[in-house]
Design a protein around this ligand. Structure first.
Ligand SMILES: CSC[C@H]1O[C@@H](n2cnc3c(O)ncnc32)[C@H](O)[C@@H]1O
Ligand SMILES: [Zn+2]
Length: 445
């Protein structure tokens, strides 16, 4: 039984074993970046990928992958999904002004319902743009967990905590972060994992931050925080604590836990070595860093030192979209421009930053690569379009020419979530209406 891919009647067969033929697959394996042939999926896993027709597939559903490029789903390693409600609200400002005068006053009015609809809006955008896994640091995280469950997406979730408040409120936030991390770890058939996440060293006094480190030890969870995003923040850290942020976080014990830091724009050589020695990952957010004029992270030096650098969009209020193709392209371009070295961050490396390095940075097993034994988290791009021709190097096209709009199909855990560009699991039309209403509600309160 063969389904014509451009007229699919059944792209996610009910059978737990199915096959794609005539596809181009990103394998990034040794010399071969792309192979043309077959892939077999059994339940949530890839069981075969190769140029030869597989054995033992008689009678299983077959999808025709002609004109499709299959890649691992993209992994967005830093963001605040509900902030899509604040897209376009407070553009062209520096980080601290943007946070203090625009974002925080509006976020103080967010209800659970706002977070639900804002997150849903982002999840639709991310899924349709080929992101299959995202990290989310926010408040009202039960709502985010609910959206992830409903959508079929994979996520690393955490209640972000700002400690610029009374001790009583700090206690409450810590308790919420711990309860969320305990309750939701492994939920949604294992698609949700959790971390502990004090917001940043400049918003969390050391005693508060250290309680998160202790909780991360107690619960055996990784940690995530914003770090060294702006020059001003680094200078403030030195004034307040006599240390630059990396040494400060090291002193508070964060790096005794598996850790991922967002941004890492303003780092000196010594700090890069400290991060490398503790295997701390850096989520590079080039779009957000450029828009807030925070600077350009030293990605070439970080990678040369052995630091795992993945990609994130940050929230849609500082980006202003959640298109991971754009982040891969930016990463591949700006580090060439800044260094004057055209070999910096080649396309294949940018793709790894957006896939396997992201999965590893979120401590996920079996995600981020198309290979037997790996999760069937994958996307299919429509290559039968002017900007994808000629079919000289599909990895190059995915990084330098593609955008979210080229995503035709998306699967997570072997289940189809986007088919011909439409989200199957969420009611997109309703989400668009509710998100607009939520924004208007925020303005009127
Ligand atoms: C406590 S929930 C997360 C918190 O983070 C804020 N935020 C969004 N983008 C950034 C950024 O680039 N740097 C620092 N903080 C950021 C968001 O507004 C929430 O309050
Ligand atoms: Zn952020």
């Amino acid at each position: 039984m063969t389904d014509k891919l451009n007229n699919l009647s059944q792209t996610s067969p009910n059978s737990n074993k199915w096959m794609i033929k005539n596809g181009a697959f990103s394998v990034q394996d040794g010399d071969k970046a792309v192979i043309r042939g077959y892939m077999v999926i059994e339940d949530d896993l890839i069981s075969y990928i190769g140029e030869e027709a597989p054995a033992n597939v008689e009678g299983i559903p077959v999808i025709d992958g002609t004109h499709l490029f299959f890649m691992p789903g993209l992994v967005n390693t830093h963001g605040h999904a509900a902030m899509s409600l604040l897209r376009g609200y407070g553009d062209d400002l520096a980080l601290q002004v943007w946070l203090q005068e625009k974002m925080w006053p509006m976020e103080a009015k967010f209800t659970s319902s706002d977070v639900y609809w804002g997150t849903s809006l982002s999840v639709v955008e991310m899924l349709k743009g080929g992101t299959t896994t995202f990290l989310d640091m926010y408040d009202h995280m039960d709502q985010v967990g609910k959206v992830v469950e409903q959508s079929g997406m994979r996520a690393s979730l955490m209640r972000g905590a700002i400690g610029l408040c009374s001790e009583e409120l700090q206690k409450h936030k810590l308790a919420e972060a711990i309860a969320f991390a305990k309750d939701w770890n492994g939920k949604a058939d294992g698609r949700i994992t959790t971390m502990l996440s004090p917001h940043a060293p400049y918003t969390c006094p050391p005693a508060f931050f250290e309680k998160f480190v202790q909780a991360a030890h107690d619960l055996d969870l990784p940690m995530h925080t914003h770090m060294s995003e702006t020059k001003a923040e680094v200078e403030q850290n030195v004034q307040d604590y006599g240390l630059r942020p990396v040494a400060h976080l090291e002193k508070m014990g964060m790096f005794t836990r598996p850790s991922l830091v967002a941004h890492g724009v303003h780092l000196n050589d010594e700090e890069i070595d400290i991060l490398a020695s503790h295997h701390v990952g850096v989520s590079h957010n080039p779009g957000s860093n450029l828009k807030l004029a925070s600077g350009v992270a030293r990605v070439i030096e970080l990678m040369r030192a052995g630091v795992k650098v993945s990609l994130g969009t940050d929230g849609a209020a500082s980006n202003n979209n959640l298109d991971m193709f754009e982040e891969m392209r930016l990463a591949a371009l700006i580090h060439k421009g800044v260094s004057g070295d055209p070999t910096a961050v080649p396309a294949a490396e940018a793709l790894r930053m957006g896939t396997i390095y992201g999965a590893e940075s979120l401590f996920l097993d079996r995600v981020g690569v198309l290979a037997p034994g790996m999760k069937a988290d994958m996307i299919a791009l429509n290559t039968d379009q002017a900007h994808f021709l000629p079919h000289s190097d599909l990895i190059s096209h995915a990084v330098y020419s593609a955008s979210a709009k080229d995503v035709e199909h998306v699967w997570v855990d072997g289940k189809q979530i986007v088919k011909h560009g439409a989200c199957l699991t969420l009611d997109e039309e309703r989400i668009r209406r509710e998100a607009q209403a939520a924004f208007e509600g925020l303005l009127s309160r």
